[in-house]
Unconditional design. Sequence first.
Length: 312
Amino acid sequence: MYSAMDYIYEIYREKSFTKAAQKLFVSQPALSASVKKVEDGLGAELFDRHTSPITLTEAGRIYIEAAEQIYAVMTSLKERIDDINGLKTGEVTVGGTNFASSCVIPEIVKNYSAKFPGIALNLVESNSEELKRLALAGAIDAVIDYDFDGELFDVTPLREEKIYLSAAKESPQVQKFARFALTDGEIRRGKENKAPAIDISKLGDETFILLKKGNDMYGRAAKIFGEGAIRPNVALMLDQLMTSYTLSCKGLGMAFVPDTLIGEAPLKNAVYFRIASAHAKRTLAIAKKKNKYASKALEQFIITAAGSFDKK
């Protein structure tokens, strides 16, 4: 059973009454009436309904901050009580980007659910920046992502990833840089040194498909371009890594992709290039807010995550 606070928080997350109503399985009129009742009680509107997408008012921002504090307290209470039940019941909420949710988390969930079938697992998908904010606010228990601040998070490494550039086999880049090209099979078999790494400065005239700001790969790409002292020609800015990868294999530009994705979902028409940069590698990790109470269910999820992947 959802509360009015749940309704308001979901509208804030979705930035839409319609989408929130669909997620909550309620009618939009019922949702709007519930929010209006809260606003009348507070004497202030929580959402600016004249913007698209809708945004929070100043009162709305204060309400959401308070809601996240309440959620954090209630979650902590439930976790402590669940611990008494010896992992027979409980709940863990984990955040992941679309890429992590598709290629990383399923293996962890499979292993964890086999050991602890009574624990309910919830998955929140968003970009890296928002997921870390939610974890620090106490709205989610843990995040699977990259580049955590060790002063804010307790971090458990899962595996090292190498980042490549992908392109379509018939693209001009493959003809121009043929001696640098690799297949997905060579990468999966650890034969990536068969071809030399490409200097990003050589790609100043090429077209790229990048992820939007807020994604880990956005900042990483910016650093790589900075090393090569080039301003990239950007064809598209996207939200999802898999989409950028797919479009690169359609010949629309080069995209940055990790070897995890190449190993899990290789595309037939793709060719890859190693990148000569210290930023072309990253550590996938699971992290929780530092000093946050960790339930036994969460502790076991982290242990399961760490044991689910080959760290070589």
